[in-house]
Design a protein. Sequence first.
Length: 133
Amino acid sequence: SSKSQKLYNSAVDAAVSGGPEAGQKVLDDELAKVTDKSDKANIYAQKATLASSPEGGSNTDQALDFAYEAETQSPDYGTALLIAEMEYYTGDKSIALTYYKLYLERLTPEAIELNPGDKEAYEQRVQELEQSL
């Protein structure tokens, strides 16, 4: 959503001017205000994305912690894909495979429509991982 994008942009701006902790603080301040689990999951996903970015300090361990927290708060196809991608590029390919499968199981018709080609691309990645592990 645009509110979500604005929040993330504010966090990136804060990280650029004040360092990674300043960016995370913007998100933490917002996290303290929300009670809905899906809102919390969204903010944890943003914290993960920020932590893994150059502006956020490229801290992959911290990013994964936040991604798993998003998954705990409100598991959906987005949280599964976030973990799958982070594990695929920085960590454990077998965990990535598990979360790519979860992503595919959780995909909604709306998500498939919004991102044409994603389902097929990740189905192919699952096949490649299954063959290589």
